[in-house]
Design a protein. Sequence first.
Length: 367
Amino acid sequence: MSVTIFTMTHKKFREPSDPIYLPLHVGRACSEDLGYAGDDTGDSISDKNCYYGELTGVYWVWKNVRTEDYVGICHYRRYFCTEEGRILNEKDYLSILQDHDMIVSKKLKLNFSYFDGYESDYNIFDLITTGEVIRQKYPAYYANFERLVHGNGTYFANMLVAKKALYDEYCAWLFSIFDEVEKRIDADSYDDYHKRVFGFISEFLLLVWAETKGLKVCECKVGMTDEKYETKRMKETLADFFRQKDLAGAKAYFLESLQKRPDVLMEASDITGELKMAMQAVAVCELERQEYGESVIDRMQDFDALMRYFGRLNDAINDCKTGGLQAEDIRFLQSARISEIAVEASARLFCTQEELAAVVERIGREI
């Protein structure tokens, strides 16, 4: 048995050297040719990429790849990897698949139900409509859909590896559902981000399908090799606001960006956590200016320096909460001119109400 992993991409990227990874240009029918194999040959929905995202590539593999071996889907910046971060090779895949039906991403554990999260960021009518179509076309799957949609877990990135026959079975189920959902919703009225409705919902439907089938899945770590373009752009723009000490501008830009792209704060997008820390910096600096007339940003405008400052503060808070301040924490707290406001505001991000007072008091003795 062999393994072929199709690497979905819409841009040029540095390919893994391992020959089992084959780039596939998704949405090639409506974009400039990148020089890779494309999803616009044979039986194709490449021209629907604005609605389906990487699923146009998933569809192409289903319809155009003939093999009895294993196939898989990954992304130009996301790969299945070991816990140590090494990208899986063919031997790794074959070893795992000896005892499992499918490899998928580790479940995301949400702080809310999938339904509530979807409702806050997207048009909930689309998810409800998907459920209705499942109830009508595949009633055996509907109970699990209802149970899981009100649970707090989902797979992400539409990544999977399985025997081609099982992959085909999943695709036949998934795309028959979306064929009907397409007729009932108006995705053309959405902005470019929210148009990718089928790419979003399919991440969750893989969980519904696998659980209902009773498959033995291996939830595998997903490694990120690069940040999203949108994440990089946001950090560069925030850095410009910080250089100008413009907290109001940074805050307004961030909130506007978050409304357009609610996924930017997800772990899979903000892989360094720096966007969250940038907003922590804005909030702390606003409070400091209100209380003291100045803030840390008045003496430190470099984005990377601010991220190191708040990263070290957060490390100290977490160390204090979990086992006690370390020597390096104390050196940082004593030398970095940390305000009481910065300590308390930051501690609220990591501490329960019961932990908060003790952590703030302990760190306060060092600043």
